[in-house]
Design a protein around this ligand. Sequence first.
Ligand code: HEC
Length: 414
Amino acid sequence: MHRTALSLAAFLVAVPPLSAQDMVGHGGPVGALDIARDMLVSGGFDTRAILWDIHTATARNITRFHDGNVTAVAMLPQGQFVTAGQDGRLALWESDGRAPVFASEAGASALASLAVSDDGAFVAASFWDGRVQLLERATLNLLDHQAHSDRVTGIGFLPSGDLVTVGGDLRLVRWGREMDVQARIDLPDLPNGLTITQGRIAVIFADGALRLFSDMGALLPERFLTERPLVSIAATDADVAAAAIDGTVWLLEGADLTQRHMFVAGPGPVWALALDAEQVFTAGNDGVIRRWSLAEGTSLGGAELAMTQEYADDSRGAEIWQSCAVCHSLTPDDHMRAGPSLHGIFGTPIATQEGYDYSSALRELDIVWTPRTVAELFEFGPEAYTPGSRMPEQRIGDPEDRQALVEFLERAAQ
Ligand code: HEC
């Protein structure tokens, strides 16, 4: 598929062509990703977290809860997920939830990272002011602990259930359940994040090195990948992915950090990575979540997806619709994506598709959808035209493209 004219906010940079496999939904940089089975969760500077079905590359749920960036996200077993923000809050969500089932109080310090224990019973969050919070999901008991004297940049659970943190104070610490210190070591440089692989601790550093530590903090293999700071890391037991501030991504063997592939995901930083057994997801400043083959280190962009053919005609309008189809179906009553089905939209008042749970902001507006109002929605953008909408900010700058889109909808949405 071709790149559409839909520019998401102001992040227009020269990027590889988008495909139906890439996920376009955030209205700004994406700084956090996590994956579990067939669901991916992303967190953005647009204050939203989006839950994606990775098979269909469609969005299932868009949450807008945090006051400021969503700085960290984590999947829980059974499709629930956790989000954390610049507002210092930690929120627990059901997969289709419109409001969190639990949320901590807002705080003075932003949340930096999140981790979930292997059994899903505990969630840990780390803060810029050096604190760590440990949440027991069954009791919702929240333990607050001053863990480092500087920003806690990485957090993870060992298979035993013990917690590991790294901080701007150049320390790595292993903690027991009561936040009692089990091991503490000094680090050679500034750590930017950590993940656990095969029970060991993989840490990325500002000096461009990826270092493995034993569960008690003994230094195992280290790899100097680049001169640039490494800014994101993710791992399974088999593979480790790490990315640098210039957009370079390395795929390495989990066992000994042997390099398998290296590729450039885009022109700017890769702020977030997620991987499963087959693919790696990358995200950065342009807000697009891209997918790459783990085995080949190549873009999976070329692959065909059912969605591309869904309403394919050769028109410009159908081409623009591809970026809407990530969140909207045109089949009657199909509200499985993050937005409502737009079947029969023209002539209906806003927020009246049956069976879709709209935001209260949208329900309070007084607009009737016509080709003109839908065109205006994307001329001025959802934030100005439908304030408080959960639909991320996006505009279609060219009047001919807006016209092509509504003409397509007149054909396909009726
Ligand atoms: C990332 C997901 C996403 C994308 C991409 C997206 N939308 Fe939406 N859209 C939503 C959500 C969510 C809502 C409901 C908002 C609410 O309840 O606040 C919505 C609402 C709407 C509505 C109002 C529907 C109603 O019943 O009142 C229209 C019209 C609409 N979108 C059209 C589009 C078009 C056209 C595109 C592509 C140019 C598009 N959207 C792209 C998520 C998205």
